[in-house]
Design a protein around this ligand. Structure first.
Ligand code: PLP
Length: 446
């Protein structure tokens, strides 16, 4: 019953658009749902069906959909200066203002902002800057990166190498010389007999062992998300981040906190590193919630110490030769400024603190269902893990496609949840109401 125009769109998409992250075998059969309209926490498809978007686009539509004042801010900037290069000694008003605003919000002495177009590029940039930083210091062997199994850091070559979700590497290549993975601090999957404290000790020690194995003179940085998102919303044991940061400091290894999902309100803070986990990393990468997905923008935020080293005159007369045509795009930066203004004016972090706690509580009620093994996460970043056996935590046969089937059933009932293997992930817009939470949880229960 698609209208003629929507049918044509559906067909054009199926015939010509290579979708990211797609199972082409099913795509070629079913094509796409055309998202045609949106409002606050809802999206509407080409057939006029409305859905509560339980995943906020892709963990990113933090202020909710279709905000008039975002459209105005974007349009006004386009009519003023739609683009200018920021290479060298030019800038634009929004690029400068947003950098200052990010520096004000970021923890500690993270006061310097480099812009790219998204999270992957923010992480790639972090690696390039870290290498440049150690070259500048004359520590030319310090190049290796350590990250975690099930960490997700993006889809460029380098960001995917840092990513530790093994499934995502199948069929593609990664840089195994440069990047080394340690295990995932997933408390749910720890041995039954192990205390959470011992588990934390083991994971922290594993990082130290890896640095020693590779040689501290060869290790440049450790990358970690505050809460691992696409790896299954994994909240590490208490103290893990602080203690891994201490290990990094001990060996002169830079700590990069990938806050692409967690920054700008998802956990009820502008940045989660300091406010949720009490650490001040050396570098924070962010994207998504920075513009709430209205336009592409990512940022790599550097400490004063790193900036001082990379901005010194270069020994060999080289420039800081890193940057993109769209670094600091004025329209994206204008969207970022307006987005943050809305978040602050409406106290969306406060709203997430309040409704997010209710959301967590209500989702936990699903634990009485026979297939729900774990409900975890914080505030507006949560996950339901389905298992074959709650006691043994045995996995459901992947052939059963349980995550996909739950997502399909939810969709039929007007709710979008994200399937991830045997899990379902939720990361709704931060404007979610209590009524929305009730609908979401009761639909999942059904
Ligand atoms: N880092 C994290 C933690 C992410 O979740 C993502 C994307 O989901 C990325 C990096 C990559 O961001 P992007 O898709 O904007 O390149």
């Amino acid at each position: 019953n698609k209208s003629a125009e929507m049918y044509q769109v559906w067909q054009q998409d199926k015939d010509h658009y290579i979708h990211p992250w797609t199972d082409f075998s099913t795509f070629k059969e079913t094509g796409s749902i055309v998202v045609e309209d949106s409002d606050n926490v809802h999206i509407t498809d080409g057939d006029g069906n409305q859905y509560l978007d339980g995943i906020g686009g892709l963990w990113c539509v933090n202020i909710g959909y279709a905000r008039e004042e975002m459209a105005q801010a974007i349009a006004e900037q386009i009519m003023k200066v739609p683009y200018y290069s920021c290479f060298g000694h030019h800038t634009t008003v929004p690029a400068a203002k947003l950098a200052a605003k990010i520096a004000e919000l970021a923890p500690g002495n993270l006061n310097h902002v480099f812009y790219g177009c998204g999270g992957s590029v923010a992480n790639d940039t972090a690696v390039r800057i870290i290498h440049f930083y150690f070259n500048q210091l004359g520590k030319k062997s310090k190049k290796k990166i350590i990250s975690r199994i099930d960490g997700y850091h993006g889809s460029t070559y380098m960001a995917m190498s840092i990513t530790g979700v093994k499934f995502d590497h199948i069929g593609f290549d990664i840089d195994e010389q440069l990047v080394h993975h340690i295990s995932c601090p997933n408390p749910y999957r720890r041995p039954e007999s192990q205390s959470i404290e011992d588990f934390c000790d083991e994971k922290v020690q594993e990082l130290e062992n890896k640095i020693l194995e590779l040689g501290p003179d060869n290790v440049a940085a450790f990358f970690a998300e505050p809460i691992m998102g696409a790896g299954g919303v994994i909240v590490p044991p208490k103290g893990y981040h602080k203690r891994t940061l201490d290990v990094c400091r001990k060996y002169g290894v830079l700590y990069v906190s990938d806050e692409v999902v967690t920054a700008f309100g998802r956990l009820g803070h502008m940045f989660a590193s300091k406010d949720e986990f009490d650490i001040v990393p050396d570098i924070i990468t962010c994207a998504k919630g920075l513009t709430s997905g209205y336009l592409p923008l990512g940022a790599t935020i550097l400490s004063d110490d790193i900036y001082e080293v990379i901005s010194k005159p270069q020994a060999e007369g080289a420039l800081f030769t890193h940057g993109f045509t769209y670094s600091g795009h004025p329209v994206s930066c204008a969207a970022g400024l307006k987005n943050i203004e809305i978040m602050e004016r409406e106290n969306l972090c406060g709203h997430v603190q309040e409704i997010g706690s209710y959301f967590e509580e209500q989702l936990k009620t699903l634990m009485d269902l026979p297939i729900v093994g774990d409900v975890r996460g914080k505030k507006f970043m949560v996950c339901v893990e389905n298992v074959a056996n709650k006691e043994s935590k045995e996995l459901i046969d992947p052939e059963a496609q349980v995550g996909n089937r739950i997502a399909d059933h939810c969709q039929k009932r007007g709710l979008i949840v994200r399937p991830l293997a045997h899990m379902n992930i939720l990361s709704p817009p931060l404007t979610l109401s209590k009524d929305n939470v009730d609908f979401l949880v009761s639909t999942l229960r059904e």
